[in-house]
Design a protein around this ligand. Structure first.
Ligand code: 8X3
Length: 258
C-alpha cells in the first residue's frame, strides 16, 4: 500500500564545498528532484564541470569561505529567484594530518579550525537572517563521528567536529519560534577524497584507510541529508550518526606498567 505520509520539498538549497565527495553527492541527490541549487566551491573549473552534469536550475558561487567580504558580496548579488534559500548544507571542511598532536604541523592544526568552524560560523551567520525573516529554513551541518568518539591522531579534528555538534544543538535552542530546523549529520568512515586530503595527496595512505572493508559512500550520506531535509516541516532531526556496518568501537586503552 502506498504511504500517504506527506513530505517537505526544499525550494532553494545552498551547498558549500559542493564540487567533491559528499558535496557532489548532495548536488546529484537534489538534482534528481529538480530542486533549485546554489552550488559553492573554490575552483571555478570544477564548478563548471559539475554544472554541465546536472539538469536542475542552479547558480554557481566561487569563493573562499574564510573570506567574509566575498561571502557577503556573493549573497548580495544572488539572482532574484535564488534569494529564498530554505536549506543551507554546511558541507565544506575536512581533516589535515593524523600525526600525534605534539608532532603535528601547527599550520594544519589552525587551518582545521578555520575550515571547519570559522567558515561554518560566517556563512551560517550571513544566511540565517534571511531564513529568520522568512520564518522558514533548515541548516544541515556535516559533522562527524569524530565529534563523538576521540581517536589517536584525531585531536583538533575531533574537537572541531565536537564544536559542530554543540553549535548545531545550541543554534536550535536560539531558533525557537522561528520555524527553522537544524540537523547535524555525523558520518563515520566514508570513502571520498577526505583521506587523500588528510594525507596531502598520498593516495597509498588514503587507500589503506578503506582497504579490505566496506566503507560508507558519499551517496549513503546524501540519502541521510535528503531524508532529513524532506521530512514534514514539523519534524526536526537533531542528529544522525552513521557508520559502516564493518566499523564499530574499540575498547578503552589501558597502559600497563612493566
Ligand atoms: C570522517 C570520519 O572517522 O575518518 O569525518 O574521522 S573519521
Amino acid at each position: 500500500m502506498a504511504s500517504n505520509y506527506s513530505s517537505y520539498t526544499p525550494s532553494c538549497v545552498f551547498i558549500t564545498g559542493a564540487t567533491g565527495g559528499f558535496g557532489k553527492a548532495f548536488v546529484e541527490r537534489f538534482d534528481q528532484d529538480g530542486t533549485k541549487l546554489i552550488i559553492h566551491g573554490r575552483n571555478q573549473e570544477k564548478l563548471e564541470e559539475l554544472s554541465q552534469a546536472i539538469q536542475c536550475d542552479h547558480h554557481l558561487v566561487c569563493f573562499d569561505l574564510a573570506d567574509k567580504a566575498a561571502i557577503e558580496k556573493s549573497l548580495s548579488s544572488l539572482p532574484k529567484n535564488f534569494q529564498d534559500i530554505d536549506l543551507l548544507i554546511n558541507n565544506a571542511g575536512g581533516a589535515l594530518g593524523l600525526d600525534k598532536f605534539h608532532e603535528a604541523d601547527m599550520a594544519d592544526l589552525l587551518s582545521m579550525i578555520d575550515m571547519n568552524n570559522k567558515s561554518l560560523i560566517q556563512i551560517t551567520r550571513l544566511v540565517m537572517p534571511m531564513m529568520v525573516k522568512n520564518k522558514k529554513g533548515h541548516v544541515i551541518n556535516i559533522g562527524s563521528i569524530a565529534g563523538n568518539w576521540p581517536y589517536p591522531g584525531g585531536h583538533v579534528y575531533c574537537a572541531v567536529k565536537s564544536f559542530v555538534k554543540q553549535f548545531s544543538l545550541a543554534l536550535r535552542a536560539d531558533l525557537e519560534g522561528t520555524n527553522i530546523r537544524v540537523t547535524n549529520i555525523e558520518p563515520g568512515m566514508a570513502e571520498t577524497p577526505f583521506s587523500v586530503n588528510r594525507f596531502k595527496g598520498d593516495e597509498k595512505k588514503a587507500e589503506a584507510v578503506y582497504a579490505k572493508t566496506t566503507p560508507l559512500t558519499a551517496d549513503d550520506i546524501a540519502e541521510s541529508v535528503y531524508w532529513s531535509a524532506c521530512l514534514p516541516a514539523h519534524v526536526n532531526i537533531n542528529s544522525i550518526e552513521l557508520m559502516p556496518t564493518q566499523q564499530s568501537f574499540a575498547a578503552l586503552k589501558v597502559e600497563r606498567n612493566g
